[in-house]
Ligand binder design. Structure first.
Ligand SMILES: [Zn+2]
Length: 283
């Protein structure tokens, strides 16, 4: 891994200059993510035209388009007409940047990191659109499956494997389990409640998560998302904020579960299986 850089001392990769660089890189991807969340549901191009004010239509200059910083420098207003820019843009940029850095600190330097960055970008994109519009774009869900499978072969370490074939098989098994599990949950829910309980976008999203992370991660993600989702759902009903029939987007819970897996969920899962299998038996 990174053999060409073998003479660079390993501690360099986990030093503040690298961390700051990666955080800034992540913030730029967060800026692009904002564009994608806004434009993809409207079927607009994500590359052209450049960013412009929604109110006065004036293009945003590069020096007013610096991720996270610009929002604070401009105090959340258009420099030209003073129309408000939502703080949400800066928040999404900061979340993306922090996630990118966190994944690097947890797994870098390794080829799994760019794979996880790509997946995190897709999960944030899917969550953002799901929160706004109650659906998840196909380029996140089908796209995630179509990219996750070849990546599993290219980077078998995603599944703790050595060869391309092993990686591909583990990725395919994860995708199949994710897809099948959520489809089954949805079918049972539809039978019980006599209405569509699970969006098909969630089913496909879980397939994509499985393709990247494999079967144990699917079990963890579905369980964690269902647990947190039902706690949140019941709380909202108790607070009278949401009638029972209200649709709660499930995509963000699945995304959060998958990211939690990457940040220690795997260790939690292993500890749990060791616990129920008696005295630390291997899974
Ligand atoms: Zn303006």
């Amino acid at each position: 891994m990174f053999d060409a850089y073998a003479d660079i001392p390993p501690e360099f990769w986990q030093s503040p200059p690298v961390w700051i660089t990666i955080w800034c890189l992540g913030a730029c991807w967060g800026s692009f993510l904002n564009v994608c969340i806004y434009r993809i549901p409207k079927e607009l191009s994500v590359v052209a035209p450049g960013s412009h004010c929604f109110s006065c239509k004036k293009p945003v200059a590069w020096y007013d388009n610096i991720p996270v910083l610009s929002w604070f420098i401009l105090r959340g207003k258009c420099r030209n007409c003073g129309a408000p820019f939502s703080i949400r843009y800066a928040i999404i940029e900061a979340i993306t940047a922090t996630l990118f850095l966190g994944l690097w600190i947890q797994y870098g330097p390794s080829w799994v990191v760019p794979c996880y960055w790509l997946m995190a970008f897709g999960l944030l994109l899917g969550s953002g659109v799901d929160l706004d519009e109650f659906w998840i774009p196909d380029r996140v869900t089908w796209g995630g499956i179509l990219i996750g499978l070849p990546l599993s072969a290219l980077v078998p370490a995603l599944h703790g494997q050595e060869t391309a074939l092993q990686g591909l098989l583990y990725g395919a098994a994860g995708a199949a389990l994710g897809f099948g599990m959520l489809w089954t949950v949805g079918a049972i829910g539809t039978f019980l409640f006599k209405k569509d309980a699970m969006g098909f976008g969630d089913v496909k999203l879980m397939g994509a998560i499985g393709a990247f992370l494999g079967m144990p991660a699917v079990l963890f993600t579905v369980f964690a998302a269902a647990l947190v989702g039902s706690i949140f759902g019941v709380t909202m009903i108790l607070l009278g904020k949401n009638e029972l029939g209200g649709r709660i987007p499930f995509g963000p819970y699945l995304a959060a579960g998958a990211l939690a897996w990457l940040f220690g969920g795997d260790a939690l899962f292993e500890a749990y299986f060791n616990l129920i299998s008696g005295n630390g038996g291997a899974l």
